[in-house]
Write a protein that binds this ligand. Structure first.
Ligand SMILES: Cc1cc2nc3c(=O)[nH]c(=O)nc-3n(C[C@H](O)[C@H](O)[C@H](O)COP(=O)(O)OP(=O)(O)OC[C@H]3O[C@@H](n4cnc5c(N)ncnc54)[C@H](O)[C@@H]3O)c2cc1C
Length: 528
């Protein structure tokens, strides 16, 4: 297992565990911004979304500046499993109910266009990232309705998806029927971003890492070091937007998801993607499903990368399974389907699940017309984020785009959404949980080595973590977004917010939006 040797250093990755991708490449570090700049477009966030937007705009001759507070790909893109699919996890039969048949065709087409765009970019820019077209197989989870595959087949065919039914799933140990989605794809996400970074810079674009955008408004951005980038257009591609309080946050939910990398004998498992249809006994909005792919590892072995066991961020109470125990669930599921040997990697990440299943790409809701966001990636963020490059580039260049209305962040209002009202109620409960319980400073001594707790003292709630060597780390337990009380994530050693998905290291550094400020720390209390 690979863990971050310096876990309080969020510049590397957003948690303790290191993904295979981060472990297998040295990512670019162009350096921090240390002057004021003016440009056509400033982009905040160097994940797949921000980099795709920067690349597409640079290609059309726009002057772009991209700022990333970690490394290129150190957010969720460095933690993905990088399936490029037209097999959408919210299912075509659901999209037909929500959007109707015509718009469902447009949805399918956009994911196809995204995969073609990445394939073309890889060729044009000579990016050596192992991009390859492969088939994907969707099979039934035991809790799902028996006719679910049949319904999906019919809806996907109506949407124009290349798909066929098979009597047996190729490559797995069980005998199951499946749907075969043709012409899906996979690649090494960080090698692709590295190639995009070179291409953007060759086209005149500027990229800055280790550069946090503290303030974002219609004039541009101001960095944590007080440098400004003035721009005609501002694109916030921080996965979960850090530039608004509620406009986008009430339309989507944050989920944690878990991945293991296991050894399989070289070429013993065919190259393909696999998914089950998800656990319908779970009360999550999207039934948590398993996702699997293979990647070359060494002369003897391939790496089988499998994931799943998702749950809402900060909420393990309802299921009673702690974050760190989720890997063994993924492992036992994987062993039932694939001939895996040792597990050599494990990591977790976060996905934003939009209420109606498709991403939010375009002008930010309730904001100035020159501010754009990309969010609501769901489990299909690879295609959503790549597609965002094409769509936002058209919007900024004033070009008509037939997907503008479909992906518009303001496409539905909260007033009409019962789910949003439930979320607001939940936010209030989390908010009021925060009031102090005045248990007194002696509670600090109850935090054992390697443990963390919310401790009430001095009329405040603190997040207290004592590392395995006994050193205390004390931060405020209130999220800097809208002050919900944080929950301890004992797997990635982070303070996570169950309201909207913000996350912080145990030293208080913000690692996931919508919060955009670090937690106050209390060094003076750490020797109590
Ligand atoms: C475990 C896992 C498996 C997944 N598997 C798949 C899959 O197989 N297929 C699929 O389609 N999708 C998958 N997804 C989803 C997909 O990986 C994501 O949707 C995608 O990587 C998100 O890219 P992004 O650019 O939006 O976000 P990120 O990659 O998180 O990039 C956002 C960047 O913004 C930076 N940032 C934040 N705030 C600031 C600030 N104030 N100033 C400067 N920079 C800032 C962050 O450091 C970060 O690097 C998976 C996700 C996870 C977690």
């Amino acid at each position: 297992m690979k863990d971050n040797n310096n876990p309080q250093d969020p510049i590397l990755t957003s948690g303790r565990h290191i993904s295979y991708w981060t472990d297998s490449v040295t990512v670019s570090l162009p350096g921090t911004l240390n002057e004021n700049l003016e440009t056509d477009v400033v982009i905040v966030g160097g994940g797949l979304a921000g980099m795709s937007v920067a690349y597409c705009l640079a290609k059309t001759g726009k002057k772009v500046v991209l700022v990333e507070d970690g490394l290129i790909g150190s957010g969720e893109t460095g933690r993905t499993t990088a399936h490029f699919v037209t097999s959408l996890d919210d299912r075509y039969y659901n999209f037909e109910n929500i959007f109707g048949e015509e718009k469902t065709k447009l949805i399918a087409e956009s994911h196809r266009v995204a995969i073609d765009f990445v394939e073309k970019t890889v060729k044009e820019e000579h990016i050596d990232c192992g991009f390859e077209r492969i088939n994907g197989y969707l099979f039934l989870h035991p809790s799902d309705k028996k006719d679910s595959l049949e319904r999906e087949l019919k809806a996907a065919l109506r949407a124009g998806v290349e798909i066929k039914a098979l009597d047996r799933v190729p490559g797995i140990l069980k005998d199951e029927k499946c749907l075969c989605f043709l012409n899906q794809a996979q690649f090494h996400p960080l090698k692709y971003l590295d190639g995009l970074a070179k291409a953007i810079q060759e086209k005149g674009g500027k990229i800055f890492t280790g550069t946090h955008a503290s303030k974002i408004d219609k004039e541009g951005i101001t960095t944590a070091q007080e440098f400004t980038v003035k721009a005609k257009h501002i694109v916030v591609a921080t996965n979960n937007p850090v530039n608004n309080f509620f406009a986008m946050q009430l339309k989507q939910y944050a989920y944690r998801t878990y991945v293991i990398g296991s050894l399989v004998k070289k070429d013993s498992v065919p190259k393909a993607l696999w998914w089950d249809t998800g656990d319908f006994k779970s009360d999550a909005n999207v039934p948590p499903y398993h996702y699997i792919r293979v990647h070359p590892y060494n002369e003897q072995y391939d790496l089988l990368i499998s994931g799943g066991e998702d749950h809402p961020t900060g909420d393990t109470n309802t299921s009673g399974v702690a974050e760190e125990d989720r890997y063994s669930l993924v492992e036992s599921w994987t062993r039932a389907y694939f001939p895996i040997e040792d597990v050599v990697y494990r990591w977790s990440g976060q996905v934003m699940e939009p209420m109606d299943g498709i991403a939010f790409i375009g002008r930010n809701a309730l904001d100035h017309d020159n501010i754009y966001v990309v969010t609501g990636d769901s489990g299909n963020g690879m295609t959503h984020c790549s597609f965002a490059g094409l769509l936002i580039s058209d919007l900024i260049n004033g070009k008509e785009n037939k997907w503008e209305e479909l992906y518009k962040p303001s496409r539905f209002t909260l007033k009409k959404s019962r789910r949003a009202l439930t979320q607001i109620k939940y936010d209030f409960i989390s908010y009021f949980k925060q009031f102090p319980n005045f248990k007194g400073p002696e509670e600090l001594s109850s935090v054992k080595n390697g443990e963390a707790k919310i401790v009430g003292m001095l009329e405040e709630n603190f997040g207290v973590y004592r590392n395995p060597e006994g050193k205390l780390h004390i931060v405020s337990a209130q999220c800097t977004h809208v002050k919900c009380t944080l929950c301890w994530n004992s797997d990635e050693l982070s303070w996570d917010c169950s309201c909207h998905g913000s996350r912080f290291t145990y030293e208080g550094k913000v690692i996931n939006g919508p919060a955009n400020r670090d937690l106050p720390t209390y060094k003076e209390l750490e020797n109590l």
